[in-house]
Design a protein around this ligand. Structure first.
Ligand code: AOF
Ligand code: ZN
Length: 365
């Protein structure tokens, strides 16, 4: 066995440290590092924000002279490139670390194995794969963006026991309890962008901002194919940037940047008279969004499921009934047979205030 019980506990600690950057490292990954000698932790560090130091140099500095001959536990493969900061590999080598254990490789094309290679070439013992599932989970968005160019998409919906999300007249606010709405704040805070549709903006006029104590607001994104959102919509008000996606129009194509108040408008092509959701997500990837939280009604939810663009689904269930005239969770084409029904794996259930929160992932088979 490559890893001892101490290795595991040190990596667990590094993951704990990495998680401190949950709301702040965007667009960088959350990374933690621990230095240990003779099964004793002698240094700790975590990456707080892009532009600031990486986890490894902080841990090395906190260990001082004790870094020499130590083992470094890092939740991500140490970087080998000159970015906003110098390569961590150089810092590790200069410090005299003897062994490096990392959880997962860094899929950033600028690193992608080169960090591990340089350490090995310099004679450092390198082991990887310890607690890789946990480390992947912490940076699911960064990993996905680096690998396939688009962000990790998390859909959030609130529904009644009978799976209804809004009355027929559109009224949908306050179905779930205040505790659930407070919980949603944490998911927004860890997202690079929060996305909704013009339908939701017109029906609910949400702000979709973060109101817990963080100094970063996610980009707010509205899919507004037909430019129905007005300047007075609350989502356009500060704080934070707003981006509207509208249908590409062949006629007027000026060089001028289109704006709606302070919000920027970008044009994307349509696919079967809806905005091409794959394109939208790819564009958000280009804008360095790692995680998108989608808060929307049945139409967009259905389209995202149909496009295979939901990576995780947070479903808050309120103990109430809304009846069959109320709106469903997702507008899907009529199913001819049960075998065609989209199915999910239940990853977690949690009681939140008076509600139940389900965390689901689409079943791939
Ligand atoms: C590490 N340790 O703590 C982090 C790493 O612009 P920079 O210089 O901050 O570089 C960002 C890239 O470095 C990021 O895309 C990812 O590949 C890696 N992040 N690497 O060894 C860290 N945050
Ligand atoms: Zn680094």
């Amino acid at each position: 066995m490559k890893f001892s019980a101490f290795d595991e506990s040190a990596m667990r600690r590094a993951l704990e440290l990495a998680a401190r950057g949950l709301y702040s490292t965007h667009p960088n990954p959350r990374v933690g590092a621990v230095l240990a000698r003779d099964d004793e932790i002698v240094g700790e560090g975590w990456h707080e924000r892009a532009g600031g130091p990486h986890a490894e140099p902080i841990a090395i500095r906190s260990a001082g002279e004790r870094a020499r001959g130590s083992t470094a536990y890092v939740t991500l493969e140490p970087c080998s490139h000159h970015g906003r900061t110098p390569p961590c590999v150089d810092v590790l080598l200069a410090s005299g670390v003897r062994r490096v254990v990392y959880a997962v490789g860094d899929p950033n094309p600028k690193v992608n194995g080169a960090g591990a290679k340089r350490l090995k070439e310099a004679g450092v013992i390198v082991h990887s794969g310890l607690m890789s599932t946990e480390a992947e989970g912490l940076n699911a968005g960064f990993m996905m963006r680096m690998r396939i160019g688009r962000p990790f998409v998390r859909l959030k919906t609130g529904a009644s026991l009978d799976g209804r999300t809004a009355l027929a007249n559109g009224a949908s606010r306050w179905i779930t309890s205040e505790a659930s709405r407070a919980d949603v704040q944490h998911w927004r805070a860890q997202s690079g962008a929060v996305l909704t549709s013009a339908n939701t903006v017109l029906a609910d006029d949400p702000r979709l901002d973060v109101r817990i104590d963080t100094d970063r607001q996610p980009l707010r994104v509205v899919l507004d194919r037909r430019r129905r959102v007005r300047k007075t919509a609350k989502i356009l008000a500060p704080p934070g940037d707003v981006l509207l996606f509208a249908a590409a129009n062949r006629k007027k194509r000026g060089a001028d940047e289109e704006m709606l108040g302070a919000a920027r408008i970008e044009r994307v092509r349509t696919a079967r008279s809806n905005l091409d959701l794959g394109r939208v997500m790819q564009r958000l990837g280009e804008l360095e969004v790692n995680e998108v939280l989608v808060e929307c009604g049945p139409k967009l939810a259905g389209a995202l499921f149909a496009a295979g663009l939901v990576d995780e689904w947070l479903l808050y269930v309120a103990p109430m009934l809304l009846g069959r005239d109320a709106k469903p969770l997702a507008a899907l084409p009529r199913l001819a047979k049960l075998a065609d029904a989209p199915r999910f794996e239940l990853r977690e259930t949690l009681t939140i205030g008076a509600d139940l929160r389900l965390r689901l992932v689409p079943r791939k088979d």
